[in-house]
Design a protein around this ligand. Sequence first.
Ligand SMILES: [Zn+2]
Ligand SMILES: [Zn+2]
Ligand SMILES: [Zn+2]
Length: 134
Amino acid sequence: MKRNTWQREAVREALDGTDGFISAQALHSSLHATGSPIGLATVYRALGDLATSGEADSLQSPDGEALYRACSTTGHHHHLICRNCGRTVEIEADEVEAWAHRVAGEHGFTRAAHVVDVFGLCADCTVLLANDTR
Ligand SMILES: [Zn+2]
Ligand SMILES: [Zn+2]
Ligand SMILES: [Zn+2]
């Protein structure tokens, strides 16, 4: 079923123009700022569609919010995400792959998959927040 095609394209373009991971709400606000009449529910749905089809990565922030990003890397990878500014670095984690495979095997699990994303403060934000004297 081809529903909401232009909305989906608008959401995809907005996501492409965003550097780090972004919430549906924040993406909706930035679309609105450019004059788009798209609704929040539609943004949620389009992001869900893009994540399902593998065109966007999704992950859960530490406070439980769903975040999305159009990743430059396809296939399995991990992220380092700055919890202050949202800057995202795509990383490979060979040790994690080996470890996940091994512990799954030790417990008799097959077809194991995992999601590992590391949240922290990027170098810039570390300096910025260290100088924050509030
Ligand atoms: Zn990614
Ligand atoms: Zn940062
Ligand atoms: Zn992995």
